[in-house]
Design a protein around this ligand. Structure first.
Ligand SMILES: [Zn+2]
Length: 139
């Protein structure tokens, strides 16, 4: 039995969004979302942290192939979301408000099925250095 280790890879992307619930009236949207309801959107420099959990492979000393993890993060998240208007260009956000919480969820959904040896443990998204959301796959 080899040791279980959690490994985290960090990456940045920039994207814009707005908060709007079509079921709310214009007044409610303003009240609930404030400045974030501006229809022209606004941008953030997001930081994504992906933590995988796995046993250390005795032959490599790794819990995951680092290049594979990097490529996967690029394919599934960074290349897809970077410099996009999330509400209008990312299908998941056509019907889901692109909050930091929902971004963590969407990143998880994009990454989890593609990981083989190591399992996804946590997705953390920083919207600003002072604000981040964690998702552990719990429903
Ligand atoms: Zn924002």
């Amino acid at each position: 039995m080899s040791a279980i280790v959690y490994l985290t890879r960090k990456a940045e992307f920039s994207a814009s969004h707005l908060y709007h619930n079509p079921q709310f009236s214009a007044e409610e949207n303003k009240r609930v979302f404030g400045k974030c309801n501006n229809p022209n959107g606004h941008g953030h420099n997001y930081v994504l942290e992906v933590t995988v959990k796995g046993q250390i492979d005795a032959t490599t000393g790794f819990v995951v192939d680092l290049k594979q993890l990097k490529d996967l993060m690029h394919q599934e998240v960074l290349d897809a979301l970077d410099h996009r208007f999330l509400n209008k260009e990312i299908p998941e956000f056509f019907s889901l408000i692109p909050t930091t919480e929902n971004l963590a969820l969407v990143c998880w959904q994009r990454l989890a099925p593609k990981l083989a040896a190591a399992r996804l443990h946590r997705v953390r998204i920083y919207e600003t250095p002072d604000l981040f959301a964690d998702f552990y796959g719990e429903v």
